[in-house]
Ligand binder design. Sequence first.
Ligand code: ADP
Length: 372
Amino acid sequence: MLGGGQLGKMMALAAHNWDLATWALDTSKTFPAGSVVSHFVAGNFKNFDDVYNFGKQVDVLTIEIEHVNTEALIKLEAEGLKVHPSPSALNIIKDKGLQKEFYQKNNLPTSSFTLWENGEAIKQAIKDGQLKYPFVQKSREAGYDGKGVAVIRAEADLGSILSPASMVEDLVDIDTEIAVVVARNEKGEVKTFPPVAMEFNPVANLVEFLVCPAGLDEKIAKHAEELAIAAINAYGICGLLAVELFLTKNGELLINEVAPRPHNSGHHTIDSCYTSQYQQHLRGILNLPLGSTKMKAASVMVNLLGHPDYSGPVNYDGLEECMAMEGVKMHLYGKAITKPYRKMGHATVLDNDLNKAMAKAIKVKDTLKIIS
Ligand code: ADP
């Protein structure tokens, strides 16, 4: 796998259950996956030579982060290596502008958008009356966790306009943000996990709680799953595709963006589903039968974020108290350094009474202090 973060760590742990050897390429063996993969290779997944040389040593190549060198992946694929997700799909997904054009071409619902060369062009378009408030600006490349997203509601927000090449879209009147993780193998078998509802930390603009089942109207839930299936088939991806959608106040579903890999919105599946998203990703990329996505229990997942006031070597205060709560499963990623709002771990709370699960998830969040 390219990348050695927490997603790589959890993927390697799933592979270990099947006695598969895993290799990871990333900057430092101290990263989360470093302690669990069979072989860690130090290098830069954005560098052509590092990716190419790494790929030459493995049987199947996958990713845990999108921002990798796709030229090397294209060459490796042409030379016969199995690369999942396919580099051509990855090239589209890495660029938010190309992603939106892809949905438009494939008749997949998404909000209206325009593409701009840079922030200055956007400001000029506002002056010329070509672009009207409110809108959302997203840098085309390298955005994650809300970085690279600016909500521009009025003139007072013009200072927040980002400088790089961007996609500008309508500000959507969102009722609920949901995600559907879907998997596909080379035989074309496809399976979805049940939709989850995402609740954000308003300051960090990061997902804080994920609730599954999402409490959606049955028809809407089914439609969300159908859209996820249509998206993975259109991309022709093997492995996982996490599809983030907006349910609008009018009851419409719009695709926001996708990630062709295990995703934060699927962490709960480790504890709450028959098959975890990590095992499902492996089944997809290795062309094995996809596993059942049935739920064993309803769950609320809470991201454990670094304390807003601390940076430095990490300590976990209150961990034992959290572990003592029934149905609470703690997952720590093993990052040596904590930073404000850094994703340091997650907890999955299992309880078929979702109100109780949410109350416990809030208790975990308030009890566990990630400090230095
Ligand atoms: P990232 O790739 O950084 O996660 P997203 O596209 O998911 O960026 O945007 C981050 C968050 O910003 C979304 O989860 C949502 O809350 C808000 N957002 C994004 N696009 C829109 C939009 N068009 N209208 C309203 N809110 C939006």
